[in-house]
Design a protein. Structure first.
Length: 174
């Protein structure tokens, strides 16, 4: 009596591999897009936190210096919290040399004012790799609105001034 072979034929294996590759071709771009959207949502959330920190800083030290024109001024201190280290944000965002990297975005702060008291500020968030870690540049200013650059096609290498940020489109999360 002949024994029947058990197993898969070459054609059956090739069909199974083709199905797996088709599914992967559909899923991977969606995964990358989801990751970019998550990075952008984290950047917007961070900008909102920085807005709150700037408002607190201005309330505490506004008579002397106005708003913080650098992120390091909002950061932690090794001794006491004051206008040079307000203890309002963590050391990742309050790096000594901007841009400060957090997650997949770089952050900058600036002011239109040349010296203290700084009457305004703008904080810029730009993707570490444009079209990789994110697809939009964001900014916010003392008005508290998060905005994004329409038609941006590259990561920014310097902060957006408050007078420029106000011309960005208002970000409206979905």
């Amino acid at each position: 009596m002949a024994q029947k072979q058990r197993g898969f034929s070459l054609i059956e294996l090739l069909v199974a591999i083709a199905i797996i590759l088709i599914i992967a071709a559909i899923v991977i771009p969606n995964l990358l897009s989801s990751r970019q959207r998550a990075n952008e949502a984290a950047a917007v959330s961070t900008l909102r936190t920085l807005n709150t920190s700037e408002a607190t800083y201005n309330t505490s030290y506004g008579d002397l210096v106005g708003y913080a024109n650098r992120l390091v001024l909002l950061g932690p201190s090794t001794t006491t919290c004051d206008q040079t280290h307000a203890c309002l944000i963590d050391n990742l965002l309050a790096c000594a040399s901007e841009p400060c990297l957090r997650g997949a975005y770089n952050y900058f702060a600036t002011s239109d004012s040349g010296s203290a008291p700084f009457l305004n500020y703008a904080i810029t968030a730009t993707p570490l790799t444009f079209n990789g870690t994110g697809t939009r540049n964001f900014c916010t200013s003392e008005e508290g609105t998060v905005r994004f650059q329409v038609g941006g096609n590259a990561s920014l290498t310097s902060p957006v001034l408050p007078s420029v940020c106000i011309n960005f489109a208002t970000y409206d999360s979905l």
